[in-house]
Design a protein around this ligand. Structure first.
Ligand SMILES: [Fe+2]
Length: 212
């Protein structure tokens, strides 16, 4: 039988960011590759359970644990891809005036600054996880959410527009644990708003909101 679906780790050309060192990035890319590898490994182990066409009752505890880990590893993989993709050398800390993201932030929060204050607030939440600015799948509204670890707090159907890693490994080589605010400032100075705006305008929810 054909075995389908293994993921390939992507490479990202990000060296030379402001405030996020190449050493941090290299460590981070290795961690990301680990998520891809582990996702592939878990998928193979889970496929093995189905060799007899079903999941047997006595297999259920092991199967359940692997499935649970699958949520962690695969979200870890995908969130890192969003994160690296929304950074760039020569990025900037604000989406240009009249850009679709600026207008969506103004519609949803009153101003870009209020949207950003809310996003930064999410990014400073205690614990490890992710700050994500999402687009509601049908209403076109923006909402900032906190994802704990990689898998708790993802909102079904919401479209990630801007993703920020708030695990300490994202900044601990460059900043102290208490300096997450400095890391967030560095993150914002490198945002690729072209990517963020492209994610927004390519979403059907954005088009639906434009016509209501
Ligand atoms: Fe990370």
């Amino acid at each position: 039988m054909k075995q389908t679906g293994t993921y390939t780790a992507r490479s990202f050309d990000l060296h030379g960011l402001r405030g996020i060192s190449d050493r941090t990035l290299d460590t981070h890319f290795k961690l990301y590759e680990g998520y891809v590898k582990e996702t592939n490994r878990l998928m193979q182990l889970l496929r093995d359970f189905l060799k007899d066409g079903k999941v047997d009752q006595e297999e259920m505890p092991a199967y359940s644990e692997l499935k649970r880990r699958m949520g962690f590893e695969s979200n870890g993989m995908v969130l890192h891809e969003y994160y690296f993709d929304n950074l760039m050398r020569g990025g900037s800390d604000r989406s240009p005036d009249h850009s679709p993201f600026r207008e969506a932030a103004e519609d949803s929060f009153g101003s870009f600054e209020l949207w950003k204050a809310d996003f930064v607030g999410v990014g400073k939440m205690r614990g490890v996880g992710w700050a994500v600015c999402y687009l509601h799948p049908t209403m076109g509204q923006l909402a900032n959410h906190w994802i704990t670890l990689h898998e708790v707090g993802n909102v079904t159907g919401f479209v990630p527009l801007l993703v920020m890693d708030a695990w300490e490994h994202a900044f601990i080589l460059d900043y102290k644990p208490s300096e997450r605010g400095e890391y967030i400032d560095a993150f914002f100075s490198n945002v690729n708003w072209g990517t963020v705006n492209q994610r927004l305008i390519s979403s059907p929810a954005h088009h639906a909101a434009q016509h209501t």
